[in-house]
Design a protein around this ligand. Sequence first.
Ligand SMILES: NC(=O)c1ccc[n+]([C@@H]2O[C@H](COP(=O)([O-])OP(=O)(O)OC[C@H]3O[C@@H](n4cnc5c(N)ncnc54)[C@H](OP(=O)(O)O)[C@@H]3O)[C@@H](O)[C@H]2O)c1
Length: 324
Amino acid sequence: MSLSVHIHRTGGPEVLEFADLPVEAPAAGEVTVRHTAVGLNFIDTYFRAGVYKTPLPSGLGQEAAGVVTAISPDVSGFALGDRVAYATGPLGAYSEIRNVAAARLVRLPPTVSDEAAAALMLKGMTAYYLTHLTHVLRPGETVLVHAAAGGVGSVLVPWAKHLGARVIGTAGSPDKAALATSAGCDEVILYREQDVAAEVRRLTDGHGVDVVYDSVGKDTFEGSLNALKVRGLFVSYGNASGKAAPFEPVLLAEKGSLFFTRPTLGHYTATREDLTTAANALFDVVARGIVTAQVHQRYALRDAARAHLDLESRKTTGASVLIP
Ligand SMILES: NC(=O)c1ccc[n+]([C@@H]2O[C@H](COP(=O)([O-])OP(=O)(O)OC[C@H]3O[C@@H](n4cnc5c(N)ncnc54)[C@H](OP(=O)(O)O)[C@@H]3O)[C@@H](O)[C@H]2O)c1
């Protein structure tokens, strides 16, 4: 049996339901994984709240690490007892035991603990594609990273620094600003008090930044747009404050022939090769100490609703994991 979280309707954290469900033998192409740590991600709250659509009833969660306990006969490349992790695919990671498509699984190297994998797979592969594929970050470029003390932020900041960028972060409180600085930010803007675009102009001699990594959405859209240099790139990769309002393409011309993209991890890890390239790049920076798992909150799986509440009310920093 596996304690598993399901939703039968969308809404607040109270819609999370817990049930002990039988685990079937793995189907063709699948492996059974006993989870040891489950990653908490803001995207989980979008599916719970109905911001992103999924057929109901549905499981929740996309990221976990654990141990292989059964393997479909047609699967090769995995053995019983392997430590594995995943970060994309059908919802349902909020569970003790689960069948997962082997094509979406990676084996963990000894340098990455289960908890680190649950904290880093989704956020870290996101930081990878944002800095290597959406835009190839070059030494000397200046980037603006919103929510720099958050889950993705605390991976994206040190990785961007390692690539030679100057990193300006934003944070919601002085404590979070201190964390963002320790993660590697050169400067931090308190975006609940300060005018982001004006601060960025002041810090960049009026030029603006090469790239804005904006995961906040509605509340930061305008400031992000006005913080970019001519021909800069707006990477809108999340909507923690709500979806940004629609805009006319001509706005990008008016603001300086800007580029705009709205990427998601699934499209950057769709093939096995893309997935393993991203995972290996992440494992490499972890092994070299460039990126470390910042697990600042741990919750029992049974407390997933409280974890959602904390994440959405901006109480968390770094990453959070659910322990089955
Ligand atoms: N597109 C992709 O491929 C992809 C992949 C992974 C994550 N994401 C996105 O990246 C973002 C970060 O994800 P995460 O899991 O690492 O979460 P997180 O950054 O740990 O949490 C979100 C943070 O956003 C900030 N925020 C600003 N306004 C907010 C508001 N109105 N409500 C709540 N938070 C607000 C808060 O930091 P402050 O208090 O410092 O403002 C909060 O801690 C999310 O938007 C997520 O959807 C996108």
